[in-house]
Design a protein around this ligand. Structure first.
Ligand SMILES: *Cc1c(COP(=O)(O)O)cnc(C)c1O
Ligand SMILES: [Zn+2]
Length: 389
């Protein structure tokens, strides 16, 4: 539609758009999609949105699919931005919101990324898709692949929440459980993909999951009447949503929808797997692999992210920060958010609350700041995490 090319996020090298590509052919870093935004802005206007479909495809002109018939959709996106009045009173903030991504198909925001990635895989002729996953990415891929009539191959750690394994099997995926972490699963996909003819849809190893997830940024702006919040707290694994939102803000500015003001972007990770927090504190642009990664918040169990520098650049350029919270803190927060706001969060999403408290205590968030917490998934899939509750 309006894509001009793909561009390496690190070295800037230009790549052709209408081909199935993974990483930059020169430096091996993630590719980002670039659009003719002047052209997009001719039909995609802030005013035009009111009459559009209530899913992420409302931002059609800045999404990568060329032909509408290739869109694979289950109704993803356009989730509620809930005003959290009880919780904001409890923590002493004037304005606090929860972007509730548990209301997506397959109960997590991974649906956004996979809707875009599977649509593009279909459009560009892939027939077999493969992914390493900590759980929710697998569930989302399995669902969208089923809907598109594509075969999919999923590799997950053996201790992935049971709900994720069952949903993949019952949506027709080929599931392999492995001893080890998501990085070990990724290595297995990497070893076998060429011989098997798989297209690798790992986080940030293909350019389109970020495009689906960037709609979080468009939605936030639209739902807050084009006034971005002061602070966004985001539970970060591979960082797709954070990188995507940061990209969306730039695109919206180029289309004249918002000004130069940006929210402070805050990464939350679990203390048992906090490579981005560690790199942020050490002033590094790339994060070292986190040793012995362990947390019950499976979506945060990502010891090494290929888009680490894109996350860290966004945190620093926005004046944000990175914070770790313990598993006990994030599990306790699930009950607190649930009982105050009626939202049964995924442990990853709940981690935003103890992070917010630490920011307030440290004077990095003030009572007048407008803050958005991201509940990235549903607690329903994490029965093992709550077994001691
Ligand atoms: C995958 C996942 C995350 C991390 O998302 P990234 O965009 O990879 O950083 C957070 N929460 C949940 C519930 C997830 O499934
Ligand atoms: Zn490059």
């Amino acid at each position: 539609m309006n894509i001009t090319h793909l561009e390496c996020g690190l070295c800037g090298l230009r790549h052709e758009a209408r081909r199935l590509l993974n990483l930059c052919r020169e430096c091996g870093k993630p590719l980002l999609v670039r659009y003719d935004l002047d052209r997009a802005a001719q039909t995609l206007t802030r005013e035009s949105l009111a009459a559009r479909r209530a899913d992420l495809w409302r931002y059609r002109e800045v999404l990568p699919v060329e032909n509408d018939e290739n869109i694979v959709s289950l109704g993803e996106g356009w989730t509620p931005l809930l005003h959290a009045a009880n919780l904001s009173e409890r923590v002493g903030l004037k304005e606090l919101y929860i972007k509730d991504e548990s209301q997506n198909p397959t109960q997590s925001f991974k649906a956004r990324g996979m809707a875009a990635a599977v649509s593009m895989a279909k459009e560009l002729g892939a027939t077999k898709l493969a992914v390493p996953s900590a759980g929710n990415a697998a569930g989302a891929l399995a669902a969208y692949a089923a809907r598109a009539g594509l075969e999919c191959f999923i590799f997950m750690p053996r201790d992935t929440p049971r709900a994720n394994v069952v949903e993949c099997e019952l949506t027709g995926a080929h599931v392999t459980l492995m001893d080890g972490l998501i990085t070990d699963c990724g290595a297995e996909v990497g070893r076998r993909k060429e011989a098997e003819g798989w297209f690798d849809v790992s986080t940030l190893k293909e350019p389109y999951r970020v495009e689906g997830k960037k709609t979080l940024g468009y939605e936030l702006a639209e739902q807050l009447n084009w006034e971005l919040p002061d602070v966004i707290i985001y539970p970060t694994g591979g960082g797709t949503g954070l990188i995507g939102m940061w990209k969306a803000f730039d695109e919206m500015e180029q289309m004249g929808w918002i000004g130069t003001k940006r929210p402070r972007m805050v990464t939350v990770q679990a203390a048992g797997c906090a490579p981005i927090v560690r790199a942020f504190e050490q002033g590094k642009r790339f994060a070292d692999e986190f040793p012995n990664a362990a947390t019950t918040a499976s979506g945060l169990r990502v010891p090494k992210a290929v888009g680490d520098f894109l996350i860290l650049d966004a945190l620093r350029n926005s004046g944000g920060t990175a914070i770790a919270v313990t598993d006990q803190e994030l599990i306790d927060a699930t009950g607190e958010i649930g009982s105050l706001e009626g939202v049964f969060c995924a442990p990853e999403g709940a981690a935003c609350l103890p992070a917010l408290r630490k920011l307030i205590d440290a004077g990095q968030v003030s009572t007048s700041d407008r803050v958005v917490l991201f509940n990235t998934g549903s607690g329903v899939k994490y029965m093992e995490s709550f077994s001691s509750v």
